[in-house]
Design a binder for this molecule. Structure first.
Ligand code: PXL
Length: 290
């Protein structure tokens, strides 16, 4: 049966406070005309950057969810995984991909493991090893600098030169994904911008989108970024345009939130900018890197 709108299986947690994971993935992809089918990895009172969060790990429930979907003979246009609550969930995501794989399906793995050089609380090193395997099944991966270092068994670095970042992108792509996008790449030398740099093995091209850096850290921006990127690709955008739209969306979010005196742990104020996703594609700033 043909899906009237594109359908995506979204494997992420549901966190009650702090806009991350499903509370960003669902509104963004729905606004972009994609039907989101959540496979919740955990339910948390808040994301894990608050102290003393309460977490219900759903590892043992995921297979029965998938078996029911199998019975329903669902056809997914994409599978998109993010925060996994345990290393054991990797094998389950692999099973989900193998079960529903069909020609032309987009598999996006955001290897959510940490940020700013640190692993997230409650995620173990065993997850890193498993995530190194999961990315082999992906068409697109979107690690930040911290996660890229973990995937490559490299030290996290605050500064990185163009040659090294290209080498990291190539090494990650050689593991399987045809498109690798590294987010929050610091500029060298630091000039108040931060970049997203991507490599597409099909065309052997490197793309870069830079944006102005604001000194604030909002959890969940990685989830919003990958959601817009995925939605744009499902709408038929090219990779550089999809990257541009995702960077623009995060810049709007950060800039419209930064002006408020506000608990930054709650993330960017998505509700104010979701309608921007309806805008026609405007001239962006992507560059082809030599
Ligand atoms: O956005 C990353 C993320 C997702 N899910 C949970 C998190 C975090 C980051 O802190 O704690 C539960």
């Amino acid at each position: 049966m043909l899906n009237p709108v594109k359908k995506i299986a979204a494997v992420h947690d549901l966190s009650g406070i702090g806009r991350v994971s499903l509370t960003t993935v669902i509104p963004i992809l729905s606004s972009m005309g994609v039907q989101v089918c959540p496979l919740p990895t955990a339910v948390l009172s808040s994301h894990t950057q608050y102290p003393d969060f309460y977490k219900v790990d759903l590892t043992s429930h995921l297979k029965p969810f998938i078996e029911h979907w199998k019975q329903l003979q669902l056809q997914f246009d994409a599978i998109y995984s993010g925060y996994l609550a345990s290393a054991a969930q990797v094998e389950i995501v692999e099973y989900l991909i193998d079960t529903f794989y069909k020609e032309g399906m987009l598999v996006v793995v955001d290897p959510v493991m940490g940020d700013n050089g640190k692993r997230y609380a409650s995620l173990g090193l065993d997850l890193v090893k498993e995530m190194q395997r999961l990315i082999k099944k992906a068409d697109i991966i979107t690690p930040n600098m911290t996660e890229a270092a973990l995937l490559l068994d490299e030290e996290y670095r605050e500064e990185i030169d163009t040659g090294t970042i290209k080498e990291w992108l190539l090494r990650l792509s050689q593991k399987g994904p045809s498109t690798v996008v590294i987010t929050s790449v610091p500029e060298h030398p630091r000039n108040k911008t931060t970049s997203v740099i991507a490599y597409e093995s099909k065309t052997k091209r490197f793309w870069k989108v830079s944006c102005h850096y604001l000194p604030a850290n909002y959890p969940g921006t990685g989830d919003s970024f990958t959601s817009v990127l995925t939605g744009a690709l499902l709408q038929g955008d090219s990779l550089p345009i999809a990257l541009d739209r995702a960077v623009q969306f995060i810049s709007w979010g950060v800039r419209s939130t930064f002006g408020h005196s506000y608990d930054t742990r709650e993330g960017i104020i998505l509700e104010r900018i979701l309608k921007n996703l309806d805008n026609p594609v405007v001239m962006g700033t992507y560059e082809l890197m030599e």
